[in-house]
Design a protein around this ligand. Structure first.
Ligand SMILES: [Zn+2]
Length: 315
């Protein structure tokens, strides 16, 4: 565990070292539209990005971020991809409040390099939620973060891994060192931009999408899904787990790290759930290796595997 923490500090010290010219574009074939359920194919490629299409919409892909929402920002970004400037496309998708747009424009100037912690400090000065920024700065010492780093050691080289609700992607370096195919979903384009600049390497496809709407992958495509500090925020927990089950192959594994146990709303928009309910849901969805263990008096984590997966990684 000491090694994990040491390497974690190393990751945090990185400053915009991602080479954007080497993104892995060969992994779109597992993706599908959330609305029409049809595969996504590349319609158009320009120097600033790509346009992906299905049978119902056109989605922009820029700076290694695939924006899978059917809204006016997506349509505007698709037009801009044909015309040119990457920074404008990203700002169109992020749509920040006026004050917050100032540090983001600065951030997009490629000649300016800034340390992750200083960038968060800058955001805080321009109306970014300071409590959230403080949480992100200290996140690598959280139990949930360390547990997820531990889970990453069960990823094998051929795995297709999905981080559900990746936020700013602080865990992605630990997943991508184990395998070439890493996907990460979050609802916030700004979080994904931060992920892209500081944590996500060229092998990682970032997807902006609402996970409550489903997962944009074809059936049985993924081998491992990991979700950290997210499960309590899902309103439709069974529907979400059903989607996870659908996108996992027949021996796929699910890690839910740090969910709040109990009943009802515990704070803000966090919805607790009893561990027995999670166990029942997973059994209904044909997960047959299920381990649920407490993280503290009011939180727990889950390892579950589908069909015939007899190896219990926690024992
Ligand atoms: Zn569609």
């Amino acid at each position: 565990m000491v090694n994990y923490i040491a390497s974690s500090s190393f990751v945090n010290a990185n400053i915009r070292t991602i080479d954007k010219r080497k993104y892995n574009h060969a992994v779109f074939n597992g993706l599908r539209c959330l609305y029409c359920k049809k595969p996504l194919t590349i319609l158009y490629t320009s120097s600033t990005g790509k346009v992906l299409t299905c049978s119902c919409f056109r989605y922009p892909y820029v700076d290694g971020i695939l924006y899978l929402k059917r809204d006016s920002a997506a349509s505007a970004a698709v037009k801009l991809i044909k015309q040119g400037e990457e920074d404008k496309i990203l700002m169109t998708l992020i749509r920040p409040r006026f004050l917050l747009s100032i540090p983001i424009w600065l951030f997009l100037i490629k000649s300016i390099h800034i340390h992750f912690n200083y960038f968060l400090l800058l955001l805080r000065c321009f109306s970014y939620d300071w409590k959230w920024a403080r949480y992100l700065t200290k996140r690598e010492t959280d139990t949930s973060f360390i547990l997820s780093m531990f889970c990453s050691k069960f990823i094998k080289s051929g795995d297709k891994v999905l981080d559900i609700g990746c936020g700013i992607g602080q865990l992605l370096p630990y997943y991508s060192t184990q395998t070439k195919a890493v996907y990460a979903i979050d609802n916030s384009p700004l979080s994904l931009l931060i992920a892209r600049r500081f944590f996500a390497d060229k092998k990682t496809i970032l997807i902006c999408s609402d996970i409550e709407r489903g997962l944009p992958f074809r059936d049985g495509y993924l081998t491992i899904t990991i979700t950290t500090d997210v499960f309590q925020y899902l309103r439709r927990k069974f529907a979400s787990l059903r989607e996870v089950s659908r996108v996992l192959y027949n021996k796929g594994q699910l890690f839910i790290i740090h969910a709040i146990s109990g009943k009802g709303v515990v704070y803000g928009n966090a919805h607790a759930i009893k561990t027995k309910s999670v166990d029942t849901m997973l059994k209904k969805l044909k997960f047959n290796t299920i381990t649920i263990f407490p993280n503290s008096h009011d939180s727990f984590s889950v390892f579950a595997a589908k069909n015939n997966h007899t190896k219990n990684v926690w024992l």
